[in-house]
Write a protein of this length. Structure first.
Length: 504
């Protein structure tokens, strides 16, 4: 079976939250209250029956998930992690999911196969979250600030995950074998940058490319909170499990740069195509991807050399150029693919000439340039308290406080999508995803009829009192524009079920 030329993708971001006077033990409640402040309409409760965090795609179920003792301070003892009150799940009218995850408000974009739409949907999430922070600040009289980052600088890490459809017919071992080389080296453009190092026993690191690199311990597992893997093997399709699997990527950073998000997801999509097509990647298989990602991250302005499995040596830039060369076989597939390839090539060429020349596209380079200038002007080093504060402030999603937005206003950051595109995706789902269109319509027009909702199923209560479960991937063969037109004026569950049955 040929690879997927288009695949549904999404991004899940756990936001850092800071409220003056509150310690980590109070943040679960504060995060829940922030999520609960989202105004109606929205659909709930979430259907956890379809979530299987302990089910491994390699064909077994683990007894328990690893728990980070540092992250555990965000959890309430004895609380069921699937409790709808604690998580306060909401499905929004734009098809996105909003909930409280381990003391962090999380926004999961609706799925889309359009990369620029995904970038805009991710930026829409920032604006939705900032609006909630302003609302909570007004209600409590205390500033609530949210950071789109992945580390508090004190050993606690929280995720930005990517989801990609992939062919079930391709053995999971192929993804485990081939993805680590890409994941370890793509941080040249996906890294969000951070000062210091949070791996125990490591000293002498002033600045890193990636906020997440310190926290990976194994190549593959289902874990996400501790003993984190480069390749997450959790088996939750969120689609037709007989045909499709979900590649759940947990090793990425939270990006404010639109180009970084575009490249992160666009290059990974193309590398997945290589794997699905059975292209030989053995010549760029890293001998130790875990060591490589940390070494690359901790040397942002140089290119450390590390071994390949075949005994040769390489650099992150060489691996990325090799992947780019292999992916050029997809040139001409569509304008989106060509834009990924050209943007990828330009970035790698510019990084090769001068790593800091990519500061208009890579979050890490923008942050490093800013912090270096400030440190020189003030006569401080990267370990100073003020530099640590600026590191966090870079990721503040308040346009009036975040340093990224100051660079954006100055014209120092490249953008790919318009304000109109972002604002549209605050209000409505991507128009290429049948599943998101149905979920968004239900959340907007029929929230009171919802018995439960998840990524791929909506259960509605009809006027007769009967519950009807709609499996959403059953409608993916329907043209999304025809689907949207068929249901746009429907405001009751019986009519929606009838309409969907008629067009399926």
């Amino acid at each position: 079976m040929a690879s997927l030329p288009r695949r549904l993708m999404g991004i899940e971001t756990e936001y850092g939250i800071h409220i003056d006077g509150l310690g980590p033990d109070a943040l679960v409640k504060a995060s829940r209250e922030l999520v609960e402040s989202h105004p109606k309409p929205y659909a709930s409760p979430w259907e956890y029956r379809h979530e299987h965090p302990r089910r491994d795609a390699r064909g077994f179920v683990v007894d328990r998930l690893s728990v980070d003792p540092i992250d555990a301070r965000y959890d309430q003892a004895g609380t069921n992690t699937t409790d709808n009150h604690l998580r306060a799940d909401r499905m929004l009218p734009n098809g996105a999911r909003l909930y409280n995850d381990h003391g962090h408000p999380e926004y999961s974009t609706p799925e889309t196969s359009e990369l620029l739409t995904l970038v805009a949907a991710d930026k829409a999430g920032e604006r939705i979250m900032q609006e909630l922070a302003v609302k909570r600040s007004d209600v409590t009289g205390t500033l609530v600030s949210l950071q789109k980052n992945n580390s508090d600088g004190n050993g606690a890490s929280y995720g930005t995950h990517e989801s990609y459809q992939a062919l079930r017919s391709v053995d999971i071992e192929a993804f485990i074998r081939d993805l680590p080389s890409h994941f370890a080296t793509r941080i040249l453009y996906t890294g969000a940058g951070k000062t210091g190092c949070e791996e125990s026993g490591v000293r002498g690191v002033d600045f890193q490319l990636s906020q997440r690199a310190d926290f990976f311990k194994v190549i593959a597992s289902v874990d996400t909170l501790y003993n984190r893997p480069l390749v997450n093997t959790r088996d939750e399709s969120h689609d037709d499990p007989s045909q499709l699997r979900r590649i759940h990527v947990i090793c990425g950073d939270a990006n404010l740069s639109e180009t970084a998000t575009f490249l992160k997801c666009g290059t990974t999509h193309l590398v997945l195509r290589l794997i699905e097509d059975g292209v030989d990647l053995s010549h760029i298989a890293l001998a130790d991807p875990l060591a490589a990602i940390k070494e690359i991250s901790r040397n942002p302005l140089t290119l450390p050399v590390f071994p390949l499995k075949d005994g040769n040596f390489t650099t992150a830039l060489e691996v990325q150029f090799a992947l780019l060369g292999l992916c050029r076989r997809y040139e001409g597939t569509d304008p989106q693919t060509d834009l990924v390839l050209s943007t990828w090539r330009t970035f790698l060429d510019d990084y090769a000439a001068n790593p800091l020349s990519v500061a208009d596209r890579a979050d890490w380079a923008a942050k490093y340039t800013l912090l270096t200038q400030f440190a020189a002007e003030e006569g401080v080093d990267f370990k100073s308290d003020i530099i640590q504060s600026l590191d966090i402030a870079f990721h503040d999603i308040d346009p009036d406080a975040g340093l990224h937005f100051a660079l954006l206003d100055a014209g120092d950051v490249q953008t790919l999508v318009t304000d109109d595109a972002i604002n549209m995706l605050i209000e409505q789902p991507p128009q290429d995803s049948a599943k998101a269109i149905i979920r968004g319509h239900v959340a907007q027009h029929l929230p009171d009829a919802v018995v439960s909702i998840s990524w791929d199923e909506v259960t509605l209560r009809l006027q007769s009192g009967q519950n009807v479960a709609l499996t959403l991937h059953a409608f993916t063969a329907v043209a999304p524009d025809a689907l949207a037109a068929a249901i746009k004026d429907i405001t009751n569950a019986d009519a929606l079920v009838a309409a969907l049955k008629s067009i399926r």
